[in-house]
Ligand binder design. Sequence first.
Ligand code: GLC
Length: 478
Amino acid sequence: MTLFQLASFFSQCLRCFFTAWAIFLVSSLSAEPVAAPIPNNEKTAPKSELEAGQRAAAAKWNQAKFGLFLHWGVYSVYGGTYNGQDLWSAEWIQENARIPYEEYAKTAAAWNPKDFDADVWVRTARDAGMRYIVVTAKHHDGFAIYPTKASRYHLFASGAYQGADPIAALKKACQKYGLLFGIYYSPLEFRGSPKGFDDADHQAVAAGFDYRTLGPKPYASDRQIAKLAKAQIRELAEWYQPDIFWFDGTWYMMGNWTDEDAKESEAIIRAVIPNVMINNRLGLKHADFNTFENEIPHEAPQGAWEYCWNMGAFWGYNPRNYTPELMKNPEHYLETLGRIASLGGNYLLNVGPDGTGKFHPMATTYLQKIGEWVNPHRAMFDGVSGSPFSTTPAWGYVTCKDGVVYLMIRQSACNAPIAIPALSNRFKSAHLLTDANVKVEVKEGAQEWQIGPVVDAPQQPFVVVQLNVEGHPKELKK
Ligand code: GLC
């Protein structure tokens, strides 16, 4: 081999190496399109218009009172099982089971929720007496269930699923059945920060676990994730115009989401939808409502608030949820609804549909049973305030509005009169909420009013007495 041949052999090798490198770089970059730039000068409506919009949104949201939370994504396919192991996990399974990114992405690409039917979901919610839904457009796993243009990681990218856009279809069904439409969105994701996301992760990392063993992350930095989030928030606002934006996952362990990110996101949303409700988990100083989960506050919190929790024990689908032990009974959820309404809050009850797009039959049955009671009693939830009394009675729950107090009395307490603190309002009349012909006796004492007993009380978990008074109900302070 001459010197010239040797040199050209080496230069060919080099060229091959650089071409391969360039192909690798381009393909790895094109795996996730870079999110569209975010203009900083959003055209927001004038302040007065915004404030009027927010007031209107808050009134509609308070009117709705009871909603259905839906956690649905690729995690629903796993149903808490990974490599033959049944885990106490659902929407966090990617993280909890440490599923390599590529492998999870393959499950995502093959996902075909062929039984998804927005009409069924929303009708089931409406029949349960609910007046809004909130659905996960993108959870912490980063997989969008709508055809986002800001990333290739979505339900429509592979072609395995040929059905309707779930977000658009659910919005349409909500319009058809008269429900408010809410979008859950997690700006930060498992594919971002390599530090782990909860205490268990941090302990694992401290004990030597290395996230790099799960494969390369598609994002180099938290900033890229935040940029992607803002592009997707813009899409969700512009394309679907939800009544509610329900954010989650911006806490510190998930990565780096700044106050500026929160403010920019809010500006993006309010420029498109002035009359929207935004929850407190975007990171805003003044959110439209606060969220409580798992623990119901003991006293009525200040401002608009919502309690969310599961029917059972999981947010996402896990078949182990559906036992009488975990699901309790439909009355339990009525009890929760009464308690929350009496504290002035909204109740967002969660169901995780399965990977095919269906509710577990037990969830459907429970929702039907809940609806059988809530529907004829909706008036005690429609746009009401919490109890006018400073203490919670042992016999049930109380809500009120101008001229009316609703007493939600446990069946077991219906045989004898119940007592309420005396009201400062003039008493007009009292009857069953579901039947104005069934009058209820009221004895007005100086300290207490005696109500009932409700003669021939209907055989239902709770009996509601409507107390008509003059003016806005107020406890008589001694
Ligand atoms: C927590 C969980 C999340 C769930 C959310 C609902 O933030 O991390 O999985 O979606 O609660 O409120």
